[in-house]
Write a protein that binds this ligand. Structure first.
Ligand code: SF4
Length: 123
């Protein structure tokens, strides 16, 4: 079997299925409107997701043992046009934690724990 670390080989996989990525990736970068909003290890990612968008994505994952009587949460509002991304945080019009700072200043990715980066003013 090929030892990817020994050979310095990395494989990038672009996918819309975060549940599948959580099963197979060592490291995951979550993007929203062309911006990386969170980078985190794939292992146990559902326990450490922090960005509101990543949390919403994880909340949409179906699991065999989930409570099917609970309503499925959806993100309010529509995704903005990629040709007209608002200033500040790209997720602002869909985020329940949005503040005035979020509307003017784009959050930078910062490390909140080793190997875990988030672009959010409220974390
Ligand atoms: S920066 Fe503000 S709007 Fe953007 S995800 Fe964080 S809390 Fe929400």
């Amino acid at each position: 079997m090929l030892n990817y670390k020994k050979k310095n080989i990395a494989i990038g996989f672009i996918c819309h299925d975060i549940a599948m990525m959580a099963q197979m990736a060592h490291q995951i970068a979550v993007m929203y409107l062309g911006n990386i909003v969170e980078v985190l290890p794939g292992e146990n990612m559902k326990d450490i997701v922090s960005h509101p968008y990543t949390k919403a994505l994880m909340g949409s994952v179906f699991e065999i043992d989930m409570d099917y009587t609970k309503p499925i949460e959806s993100i309010d509002s529509e995704i903005p046009s990629p040709l007209d991304v608002p200033p500040g945080c790209p997720f602002q019009n869909r985020c329940e934690h949005c503040t005035s700072k979020c509307q003017t200043e784009k959050p930078e990715l910062r490390e909140i724990e080793p190997g875990h980066f988030v672009a959010c003013h409220c974390l």
